[in-house]
Design a protein around this ligand. Sequence first.
Ligand SMILES: [Ca+2]
Ligand SMILES: [Ca+2]
Ligand SMILES: [Ca+2]
Length: 293
Amino acid sequence: MRLPRSAFALTVLTIAGAAVLVGSLASAYSNYLNNWRTVYPNSTTDDNVINGTGQSCALCHFTTNGGKNWNAYGWKMYQNIQAGQSVTTAITNAGPLDSDADPTSSTNVIEIGANAQPGWTVGPHNTEYFTSSSTPNLNPPASILGNLDPGCSGSIVVYCTSKVNSLGCTPAISMTGAPSASAGTGCSLSTVNVIGNKNGLFFHSTTGPLGTPFHGGFLCVKSPTKRHAVLASGGTGGTCSGSFTEDFNVYITNGTDPALVAGASVWIQTWSRDPGSASTDSLSNAVTAVLCP
Ligand SMILES: [Ca+2]
Ligand SMILES: [Ca+2]
Ligand SMILES: [Ca+2]
């Protein structure tokens, strides 16, 4: 049986047309990604997406095969391209912005430089953009490798002012390692230059920093605060050889403060006994950080 000539021609035309369409879509996608890789040749941000989902489109899209549903970073790029910018210009112009509103307000360039995700942030704080609507409060894809945000271990900052104790010493707080909602260990809180053989404790807030005069020093964390377990400073009485140490990740895992979740900010200070002070107590400076997943 022979197909009528016109039907045969139509069939050939349809197959050819479909092939051209598939080809142009594929080249459009790789065009976006190749341009991005030319702008950011040293970043593994895109590779983390590939390894996590099998599709690098999730750098900018909610779905792994692309489409008209973007994260905040992809949406900005789409807007730039709609405004007439070339793909490369659209990518470059999105660099100085903080598209995903991550906990440390890192710009897209900083996120990409840290191999994090400029379009994804920790927790249900992601918005899915369609051409004429959007859906807020969504979680990021679960399978992306690496940190979604650059904050975490890079976010530790010491601030506020210690009260000089009755022996003339200045207690100093520090945090090393990465504060993590899930690691269970590996984040050391330490306060040195405290009076030996006295009790003290760390206390923290998840609502913000403070710098209010208090007991001859400063209260550096905003109420409400949570007190940690009482610690012994050790060292030698009558000297500043005492110190307090605690693994903050162990504290987090104990579940005493349900607000200590990935992406949360925390502000921590030390209180201790100082009978030689008019207030009979001592206050350190403070440290803040953003919790890693
Ligand atoms: Ca790369
Ligand atoms: Ca950001
Ligand atoms: Ca991010």
